[in-house]
Design a binder for this molecule. Structure first.
Ligand SMILES: Cc1cc2nc3c(=O)[nH]c(=O)nc-3n(C[C@H](O)[C@H](O)[C@H](O)COP(=O)(O)OP(=O)(O)OC[C@H]3O[C@@H](n4cnc5c(N)ncnc54)[C@H](O)[C@@H]3O)c2cc1C
Length: 421
């Protein structure tokens, strides 16, 4: 095998077999091949021995054996059966836990009961005592607390290292993480380091009791089908779930559990220092539709500025606000922060009023946790009408004024925002 100037093996062309197609010339990243007398010729000074020319040669006239990548020595992992328990990463901000962590605690309880194991909490941070107790009140059996000044502010590498340490020491079979910006970030760091599978943005979690596997369901192929994903060969099985997808469990302050302190091994690499976080300009002053009890959701069929004050009036009358489907955002009618659905926000209001929303699956996955659903649509067969508690067939421009009148008539003294649901 010929070598280049650095002594690395390079490709060798068999001139008799070369058909002069010049495909290898186009493929070579270092322009090391030229045509000489109708036959390709490699310049050893330029060739880096990447072997790309070999892959494309239609005449198999290039001799080259690609060096095999040496596999990094992988530390021996414990057997799958050694992993036990359903863990939830308890995400905190300014001394408060993210609601999604408690929603996941409720789900973890359900999964753990099916498996006959404990619910575990992974709580890295500072001054976390009150949150650890709260975790128990929401269904956790054992909270592993890592209290360290390095964990005061979220940094992916530091939090990643803390969670990896907890996973390695505690060995949970399942780890659930909220699909918040922080959760999405840290979950991928952890899954990559411990070499396990991670299913993001799950909308359903269950247990295959026979195989003791976590069944992680999420929309796929642009939301057109729901896929249930299994992680058979690696532990822990990791999943992220968006806020408001799982139901918030009841808090029981009398519940008993255990708090175990874990020493953080620390982080020795230099750390970046964050001076401040600047909120996104588009979000400043915007209402969080995920936290509002009543949503009047405007669909493409009601994307009309003439009727917007009427729809906003209905929302205010009920103490709520307006949200929308994706085409309404795409039309520039409402900002993205108002979008409900797979690529928008997940909402679970007490009352969802869908006005001319068809109910595409990408929209439904973002609102199916709503307590009561009213749908107004001219098409009785629209999917939203099938899942609605109160489907109203008709033109919204006629239905909504009657709805407003009806509400005002039932509660004559009603002031905007004072309706009791
Ligand atoms: C990868 C991907 C991600 C997506 N993410 C999201 C997402 O996060 N959120 C989202 O909403 N969509 C999302 N979509 C788009 C989604 O597939 C649908 O196209 C969208 O939800 C449809 O919005 P719509 O119901 O408002 O409009 P349409 O489907 O066009 O429905 C309009 C409805 O209005 C009714 N109507 C019309 N006129 C009237 C009237 N006068 N009175 C009463 N009813 C009337 C019609 O009968 C119809 O049912 C996504 C798509 C993809 C591919």
């Amino acid at each position: 095998m010929p070598k280049n100037l650095k002594g690395k093996d390079i490709a060798d062309i068999i001139p008799d077999k070369c058909i002069g197609c010049q495909i290898c010339i186009g493929e070579c990243p270092t322009k090391a091949i030229e045509m000489v007398g109708g036959v390709a010729k490699i310049d050893p000074e330029l060739c880096i021995g990447c072997g790309k020319c070999v892959d494309v040669c239609p005449a198999n006239c290039i001799l080259f054996e690609k060096p095999r990548k040496k596999k990094a020595a992988v530390a021996q992992k414990p057997a799958l059966a050694e992993y036990k328990g359903v863990a939830v990463f308890v995400e905190t901000h300014d001394g408060r836990a993210a609601d999604v962590s408690w929603e996941l605690m409720g789900k973890a309880r359900e999964l753990a009961e099916k498996l006959g194991v404990q619910v575990l909490g992974f709580l890295p941070g500072v001054s976390t005592e009150a949150i650890a107790k709260e975790a128990i009140a929401y269904g956790c059996d054992v909270v592993y607390v890592m209290d360290n000044p390095l964990l005061k502010m979220y940094l992916p590498k530091v939090y990643g290292k803390a969670l990896v340490q907890l996973c390695n020491e505690v060995k949970p079979e399942i780890v659930l993480i909220g699909a918040t910006p922080l959760g999405r970030d840290v979950s991928s760091v952890v899954a990559t380091i411990i070499e396990t599978g991670l299913t993001a943005d799950c909308t359903g979690l269950d247990i295959d009791k026979e195989q003791r596997l976590l069944m992680m369901t999420r929309p796929t192929f642009g939301g057109n089908i729901m896929a249930t994903i299994l992680c058979r060969n690696h532990r822990p099985q990791m999943s992220t779930v968006r806020p408001m997808v799982m139901k918030m469990p009841k808090k029981d302050p009398a519940r008993r559990g255990e708090i175990r302190m874990v020493e953080f091994e620390g982080y020795t690499d230099p750390l970046p220092s964050i001076i401040d976080f600047i909120p996104r300009a588009s979000d400043v002053g915007e209402v969080d539709i995920a936290r509002v009890p009543v949503l009047v959701v405007i669909g493409k069929g009601a994307c009309n500025s003439q009727y917007f004050p009427m729809l906003e009036g209905l929302a205010h009358l009920l103490g709520g606000t307006v949200a929308c489907s994706r085409p309404v955002v795409q039309a520039g009618f409402l900002p993205y922060v108002r979008q409900v659905g797979q690529t928008g926000k997940t909402v679970a209001p007490k009352l969802y009023i869908g006005v001319a929303v068809s109910g595409a699956v990408q929209h439904l996955v973002g609102m199916q946790g709503s307590e009561r659903i009213i749908a107004i649509n001219t098409d009785r067969h629209a999917p939203m009408m099938q899942i609605a508690d109160y489907p109203i067939i008709g033109d919204y421009a006629q239905v909504v004024p009657q709805l407003i009148e009806g509400i005002k008539a039932r509660v004559p003294t009603l002031k905007a925002g004072s309706a009791k649901l």
